[in-house]
Design a protein. Structure first.
Length: 95
């Protein structure tokens, strides 16, 4: 399999637009990360941090936000069905 041409990918309009958005919201992202990290969450005791993340997800418009039996925060952002046939999963540790 050939390696992807990173420059060609970076030049795609959707990728360029995504990078512009990330750049424009950088301070907001850093502030949110600081807020999340400010909630103590040692391994096995992440419930308070999970609640903060769940509230943020709801505020962003994700549907069906919940904590599963393992304490993971799960949410769904409904979009146009069939636009590309794919899904995006974002996963990270709370502790």
């Amino acid at each position: 399999m050939a390696a992807p041409d990173i420059a060609a990918l970076a030049a795609l309009p959707p990728v360029r637009r995504g990078r512009e958005i990330l750049s424009a919201t950088d301070q907001e992202t850093v502030d949110l990360q600081a807020a999340i990290c400010g909630v103590p969450a040692p391994t096995g005791q992440e419930a308070s941090r999970a609640q903060l993340v769940a509230e943020r997800m709801r505020g962003l418009g994700l549907a069906q936000v919940r904590l599963d039996e393992a304490g993971n925060v799960v949410g769904r952002w409904d979009g146009a069905v069939g636009t590309n046939g794919g899904a995006v999963v974002i996963a990270a540790h709370l502790d």
